[in-house]
Structures are given as structure tokens and as C-alpha cells.
Ligand binder design. Structure first.
Ligand SMILES: C[S@@+](CC[C@H](N)C(=O)[O-])C[C@H]1O[C@@H](n2cnc3c(N)ncnc32)[C@H](O)[C@@H]1O
Length: 395
């Protein structure tokens, strides 16, 4: 990245920038940092930059990983230049920075008028990892008491492991600020608790809300979390459509095997709430199957056979969901959740809100969703929920 105008020509950086830069430059205490977002009217050169110390043969360096929205470019710079590098990056227009240190975490934000503000949080880790090839944290302790408390069998444990693997690969930043998780249709709560269990370690102070219509299940789970001494997880009886998701945008919304269009309710709520990451594993999809009575020219055989029509309905539903999420500013993909050996319901829609709007991609998603729905003569439930389907792509 070019450092921009000569440092000598620039106005002196604000104290708040110096404070976070000094935290990064601390060789003994700095753990990692993420810089993202854009200040009003600014166009920083990439979507997100992460920094961490790395011990190389030539000594301690600052590893700078720059994510442009598609790929990550990694460069190692001399650690002595760490403070200047941070000031240069902030000078290029980024809005937020989160710095983890052994003494505590610092969060830098800018107001709409561009005024910087730093808040301090409890330390989210107690060690610095400067290894070149980082070890992955152990995702699931097989002895974790919550697994026994909820009676997770072997298949469920495998699903939990796979889910945590996907979650950690999906998470856009270093773990850090406490997160707000909402699990819509949390059911027996195994995945809710597994997520919470991980976050208690990697992002202490995180809170979780699980919602389900089944009162008896929620009552039992409330007892389980009380026995575990987890006072930062709440299980609430209610419907996804009516749930109060809380005062701030959730960082993570889960909708795992919520029945039929409950998944659409959950996706619509997550979009409205501006959730940062959404992981949705669809369950049964009856909505489109009932609408699939004609096919585009030449594709009639696809709606002639019951089982084929059913699977086509599933695929169309999830493809449309992914495109509608894309139309709303999410980078989306559809991946395998657990292998089909365990369940036929094995897809997972993964959506990560772009830090910076990409109107071209959003328009492409909107057009793809509209054209696909029009070609098959269907109106997906999610389109109805988010008021999407008219002639103009969402703003
Ligand atoms: C198949 S279970 C999945 C539970 C859990 N998410 C998992 O993957 O293990 C689906 C859950 O969604 C709940 N559910 C379905 N529709 C719902 C709605 N509209 N509002 C709240 N919960 C709902 C059901 O009560 C059920 O507990």
C-alpha cells in the first residue's frame, strides 16, 4: 500500500490514532489488530487489513494481511515501522480499528463527522502467538460439560465440530470484541451452546440469545445453562418473526434447520437487523415445490417426476435465498454442512456482510434472483418477507 502524501506534509495524527498505533508497536504486549470500514467520503484502498506480530528468521515483523473483497495479500514489514504503518492506514480513510493486547483491547471508531474515539475492553486473550504457521485453536473439547448436559450423541458431536470449523473459517476478523449471537429456531440448543462455548474462549463477554417456539425445550435449556453457570446466554420462547433481537445489530445470526419458511423468516430478520454474518442450514422447503408447476422452455422433465421436482425446489429455494442475500450487500456462498452420509439436509448458506457496499455485486444478485424466479414462475418466501421482487433492485 502506498503511504500516501509525505508524512512530513500531513497534519499531525490525532491522539486516538497514536494511542492505537502505540498499542500495535508494543513488541511484548501486542496480539493482533483489524482495520476496516470507511470514514464518510473516504475510500480506503482495501476492505479490511489485519495486523499481527510474526517472528521470522530476520526478527520480529508486523504481518499485514490486506483483504480486497476477494483475495488476501500478505506482507511482512519491519516491526519498527509498525506505528507508522498504522498511522498511514488510518490516514487512508478507514473508520474502525480493533486492537488486542495482553493488557486489554482497544476499539477505535470515528463519528459521522470523523471525530476519533477509543474505547477499552477487557483483554480477549492471554497470549501472543508470533509463530509463522499459526496453530488452529482446538475447536471442541470432547469433554466439554455442555455436550454431556445436552446429551449430544456421536453424530451430533460431529455436526458440532463441522459447524465450529465453518464458523471459524467464516469469521471475517480476528476474534475480539464481544459478539452478539442470535440463534433463531435453536431447538435442543446443541449448536447454540457450541457456538457460545467457543466464543466464551475467543471473544469473552459475548452474549447469545436462542429463540424457539417450544416452551418445554427452552425451559429445559435454561436449566442446563444455569447449571453450567453461563449467565450470558438467554433462551426465549417465541417465534422468529416476532422476536426482539435486541438493541444492536447481531454479529452472528444462526438459523440451523429451522423448518420450511422459518428459514426465510430468519434470513429476513437478519437482513433487517443488518447482521454481520449469517449461517443458515435450510430444512424442508415446501414453499417453492408447491409453486413449481411449469418449467422454462425445454426443461419440462425437471418438474415431471415428483422426487426431481422436490430436489429442484430445494435447490431453487436456496439459490434464490443466496442471491437475495447478495442483493442486500452480503458476500454469499452455499457450502456442504455435514456429509450426506449423516443427513440429506446438508447445505449451509453462508453470508458475510460486506464492510463496504458493492452496488455492482448487489445489482447482479438482485437481477439473478429476479430472472431465476421469473424463469420458473415462482415467488420465493424470502422475496415476500423483504419486499423484494418489484422492478427495481433494492437500494
Ligand atoms: C429441526 S430443529 C433444529 C434445531 C437446531 N437449530 C439444530 O440445528 O440442532 C428446528 C427448530 O426450529 C423451531 N422453529 C421452527 N419454526 C419456528 C419459528 N417460526 N419460530 C421459532 N422457532 C421455530 C422448532 O421448534 C425446532 O425446535
Amino acid at each position: 500500500m502506498s503511504p500516501g502524501p509525505d508524512r512530513a506534509d500531513r497534519p499531525s495524527p490525532p491522539d486516538e490514532w497514536r494511542r492505537v498505533a502505540a498499542a500495535v508497536a508494543d513488541r511484548e504486549r501486542f496480539v493482533s489488530a483489524t482495520i476496516s470500514g470507511a470514514r464518510r467520503g473516504a475510500h480506503p484502498p482495501a476492505e479490511r487489513v489485519t495486523l499481527r506480530p510474526v517472528e521470522l528468521r530476520a526478527g520480529l515483523h508486523l504481518q499485514v494481511s490486506t483483504f480486497d473483497g476477494d483475495t488476501t495479500d500478505v506482507a511482512n514489514v519491519a516491526f519498527d515501522a509498525a506505528s507508522d504503518r498504522v498511522i498511514d492506514l488510518l490516514g487512508s480513510g478507514y473508520a474502525s480499528m480493533y486492537v488486542r493486547t495482553l493488557d486489554g483491547d482497544l476499539q477505535l471508531r470515528h463519528s459521522k463527522k470523523g471525530a476519533p474515539h477509543v474505547t477499552r475492553h477487557r483483554p480477549s486473550t492471554d497470549h501472543v502467538d508470533t509463530s509463522h504457521d499459526r496453530r488452529k485453536p482446538r475447536l471442541l473439547d470432547p469433554e466439554a460439560p455442555f455436550l454431556t448436559a445436552v446429551g449430544a450423541d456421536r453424530a451430533k458431536r460431529r455436526q458440532v465440530e463441522r459447524f465450529l470449523e465453518i464458523l471459524t473459517h467464516t469469521w471475517p476478523d480476528e476474534w475480539g470484541p464481544p459478539l452478539r449471537v442470535v440463534d433463531l429456531g435453536c431447538g435442543s440448543g446443541v449448536l447454540t451452546m457450541a457456538t457460545h462455548h467457543l466464543l466464551r474462549e475467543v471473544a469473552p463477554g459475548s452474549t447469545t440469545l436462542g429463540i424457539d417456539t417450544k416452551a418445554a425445550l427452552m425451559e429445559r435449556l435454561t436449566g442446563v445453562v444455569a447449571d453450567l453457570g453461563w449467565d450470558d446466554i438467554e433462551l426465549r420462547v417465541g417465534t422468529i418473526a416476532d422476536a426482539d433481537l435486541g438493541p444492536r445489530a447481531p454479529d452472528l445470526v444462526l438459523a440451523l434447520h429451522a423448518c420450511d419458511t422459518a428459514t426465510d423468516d430468519a434470513l429476513a430478520r437478519a437482513i433487517e437487523a443488518d447482521a454481520r454474518v449469517i449461517l443458515a442450514a435450510p430444512c424442508c422447503q415446501h414453499d417453492l415445490q408447491a409453486q413449481l408447476d411449469r418449467a422454462p422452455p425445454g426443461l419440462d422433465p425437471l418438474v415431471r417426476h415428483g422426487i426431481v421436482r422436490e430436489r429442484l425446489g430445494d435447490l431453487l429455494t436456496d439459490t434464490l435465498r443466496a442471491e437475495i442475500l447478495r442483493a442486500h450487500g452480503y458476500r454469499t456462498d452455499v457450502i456442504e454442512f455435514v456429509s450426506t452420509e449423516h443427513t440429506a439436509k446438508n447445505l449451509l448458506i453462508r453470508a458475510v456482510r460486506r464492510d463496504r457496499r458493492d452496488p455492482v455485486d448487489a445489482d447482479a444478485g438482485a437481477t439473478a434472483a429476479r430472472e431465476l424466479a421469473a424463469a420458473w414462475g415462482v415467488e420465493p418466501a424470502l422475496a415476500r418477507r423483504v419486499g423484494f421482487g418489484g422492478p427495481d433492485p433494492p437500494g
